[in-house]
Ligand binder design. Structure first.
Ligand code: ATP
Length: 234
């Protein structure tokens, strides 16, 4: 269980996240909604440790959330285009391997086996040796997901992971994210701009407006109108 208590983050004179408290359960995909500037990215960055909150605590099963607990899937995958699919996935696990391995580019055989299994799990079996730069947007995002899973996180975050994809490809990628969250019992939190896609995969909705949490409800209990209201700011 991920527990955020009274989280606050300001940038100079801008209030980005204001007194957010929320509990997220493993095996559930929560979708973060809110208009542009509502604080979604800032909340995700605080959870990933990329930003230091001004106030508040973040715990996983009652212990402070650590950097190795969390993996973040970036909008464009943040992959190295010239490297192979397998190398990109293996890079996801580097945080858990000794630094010299990174320097000489040597990965443990077990890490390679796991990376190949993960590629199969995201529907990219047989893609290991392909150059990432030659893949489609949807395939790159699948590599991004496999790379995040290689970190063996307990918490999987994604900031607008399908923004650059067409709706159908975006939906397939999101369904994959939801599936890994459920199957691996991860805490999943994804920010999305498209209400229709959000509806297709959300177990739960969190809504931000001007940094405040204005919606926290199970997807079954919240109607489309309320979600559209939060997207519009409110
Ligand atoms: N590095 C920064 N320096 C100063 N202000 C920032 C910084 N990052 C975000 N902000 C401000 O904090 C507020 C929240 O921004 P944030 O990016 O978290 O919103 P968002 O909901 O993710 O928006 P979008 O949907 O457009 O990505 C905004 O007012 C933004 O201008």
């Amino acid at each position: 269980m991920l527990t955020v208590t009274d989280l606050k983050k300001r940038y100079d004179d801008a209030r980005a996240v204001s007194s957010v408290s929320v509990t997220l359960q493993p095996g559930e995909l929560a979708v973060l909604v809110g208009r542009s500037g509502a604080g979604k990215t800032t909340l995700l960055r605080c959870l990933d440790g990329l930003e230091r909150p001004d106030r508040g605590t973040i715990t996983l099963n009652e212990r402070p959330l650590g950097p190795t607990d969390v993996a973040l899937v970036f909008q464009e995958g943040a992959l190295l285009e010239r490297k192979s699919v397998l190398e990109n996935v293996l890079d996801g696990g580097l945080g858990r391997e000794p630094a010299w391995r990174e320097l000489v580019g040597w990965h443990a055989p077990t890490a390679k086996r796991q990376a190949i299994e993960r590629l199969h799990a995201v529907g990219l079996g047989g893609y290991a040796d392909r150059r990432v730069g030659d893949l489609s947007g949807g395939e790159k995002q699948r590599v991004g997901i496999a790379r995040a899973l290689q970190q063996e996180p307990r918490v999987l975050l994604a900031d607008e992971p399908v923004a650059s994809l067409d709706p159908e490809t975006g939906r397939t990628v999101l369904e994959l994210l939801a599936e890994v969250v459920r199957e691996e019992s991860l805490v999943g939190l994804v920010s999305l701009h498209q209400p229709a896609l959000a509806r297709a995969v959300a177990d739960r909705y969190l809504g931000l407006d001007d940094g405040r949490l204005v919606l926290d409800a199970s997807a079954a209990d919240v109607g489309q109108e309320r979600i559209l209201e939060v997207y519009d700011g409110g």
